[in-house]
Design a protein around this ligand. Structure first.
Ligand SMILES: O=C(O)C1=C[C@@H](OP(=O)(O)O)[C@@H](O)[C@H](O)C1
Ligand SMILES: C=C(OP(=O)(O)O)C(=O)O
Length: 426
């Protein structure tokens, strides 16, 4: 078993100010668009974590130049994509889904693989759509990793139908590369509702910033016109999903936590934390870019459809386990295909520490129950580790397995968390 990390528990309500690293989703989109662009770009204040380093490595292996600047930014220069390569997706959905459509525009065979669990995460529908757009893919009929993409330098593109109910990233992936296809791309979703729609909106907004024309007037249809992708310098916002455990620190301790540089407007789903924490009884204010959460004496349970913001589920579920009325978290069947089956993992691990949890096909019901210490397993999932440390705020002797798994989207999370719980500015 990996190392067990004693989750720190504050003894008094905290009063902290926290600055967070950049957004994974924004950094990886910025890198892809910079690599596809018509000139050099700078990605400013990028997140440097496992997922974004894997993205930078993938684009570099194709022939893109990604260099560190003295300011800690990433300078990206498009290169000739004229070679065979191997891409390690790790456990990054954005690498496995966003890079194959780009490889269609390269000349060479690119083989993709990743961590053991990555071979179970859904990608088959996206590969099939890419095939229909004119890209040759060899996945041995598995519809999963490992697979190879045979790029010829051009992709016909055009209209394609896809069932993207397993992941919004299928749509984002096709849109990101689509402007560089001969006929652009016109993606039509058919199936159960697409999850995480704000992430598709994030893709559309970033494409428009790069001068790409996108028609998203109709529901379940996104059309990208063919044309150049203009080089643009990006400022990466802080990762608002990774704000969840830090805001939970205020919420769960009846304390006060301020996260700096909260964007005035954003497509990041973490922005929903403001209304979710308000529903749980917190006082939430924004003042001059500082978001402050003051926790209540007792947290209230919530009834929430998290379909649009599924990646927040682990942190919210942990807070619900600390609330003094029942919670229903619904609409997140798709998170069974995330870093682990998050619904089963949360039901198992919250239950192990005494929580009264009922697992449902598309979510969890959590009722108040006395909690106790024990080992919280994380299944290589950064957000399970966040859930574990949140429980540790209110329960003695919670041991979080493999805290280092948080490096997927947060460099030195353990250090930042200890600092935030015990005092000082991160
Ligand atoms: O496009 C993105 O950057 C993401 C989209 C979402 O994926 P799903 O639609 O698979 O939930 C989200 O959960 C993931 O963390 C990041
Ligand atoms: C689902 C997530 O990641 P990925 O980008 O690997 O899909 C996540 O970070 O919660």
């Amino acid at each position: 078993m990996s190392e067990l990390w004693p989750a720190p528990r504050p003894h008094d309500p905290v009063d902290r100010r926290v600055s967070l690293p950049g957004s994974k989703s924004l950094t990886n989109r910025a890198l892809v668009l910079a690599a596809l662009a018509d000139g050099p770009s700078v990605v400013r204040r990028p997140l440097r974590s496992r997922d974004t380093l894997l993205m930078a490595a993938a684009l570099t292996s194709l022939g893109t130049v990604v260099e560190d600047t003295p300011d800690g930014d990433w300078a990206v220069t498009p290169g000739a994509w004229d070679r065979d390569a191997d891409v390690d997706c790790g456990l990054a959905g954005t690498v496995m889904r966003f890079v194959p459509p780009v490889v269609g525009l390269a000349r060479g065979t690119v083989r993709f693989d990743g961590d053991p669990h990555m071979r179970l995460r859904p990608v088959g529908q996206m590969l099939a759509a890419l095939g229909a757009l004119g890209v040759r893919i060899d996945d041995g009929g598995r519809g999963a990793l490992p697979f190879a993409v045979h790029g010829t330098g051009t992709v016909a593109g055009g209209t394609v139908t896809i069932d993207a109910s397993a992941s919004s990233q299928f749509v984002s992936a096709l849109l990101l590369a689509g402007a560089r296809y001969d006929h652009g791309v016109d993606v039509r979703h058919v199936g159960k509702p697409v999850p995480s729609l704000p992430h598709i909106e994030m893709t559309v907004q970033m494409l428009r910033r790069h001068g790409v024309e996108v028609d998203d007037v109709d529901a379940n249809r996104w059309a990208v016109a063919p044309g150049p992708v203009r080089a643009v310098d990006h400022d990466i916002e802080p990762d608002l999903s990774n704000a969840a455990p830090f805001l939970a620190l205020g919420a769960a301790t009846g304390g006060r936590v301020t996260v700096t540089d909260w964007p005035a407007s954003t497509t990041q789903p973490g922005d929903e934390l403001r209304s979710i924490l308000t529903l749980m009884g917190c006082e939430v204010t924004i003042d001059d870019g500082d978001l402050t959460v003051v926790g209540p004496e007792r947290l209230q349970g919530v009834d929430l459809d998290l379909h649009d913001v599924g990646e927040l589920t682990p942190a919210i579920a942990a807070l619900c386990a600390l609330a003094d009325s029942p919670s229903h978290l619904r609409g997140v069947a798709h998170i069974r295909g995330h870093e682990t089956d998050r619904i089963t993992a949360l039901a198992t691990e919250l239950g192990r520490l005494g929580a009264d949890v009922t697992e449902r096909e598309d979510g969890l019901t959590i009722r108040p129950a006395p909690l106790h210490g024990g080992t919280f397993h994380t299944y290589a999932d950064h957000r399970m580790a966040h859930a574990g440390v949140i429980l540790g705020l209110a329960v003695d002797d919670v041991l979080v397995e493999d805290i280092a798994t948080t490096s997927k989207t947060f460099p030195d999370f353990a250090g930042a968390w200890s600092h935030a719980v015990h005092g000082g500015t991160t």
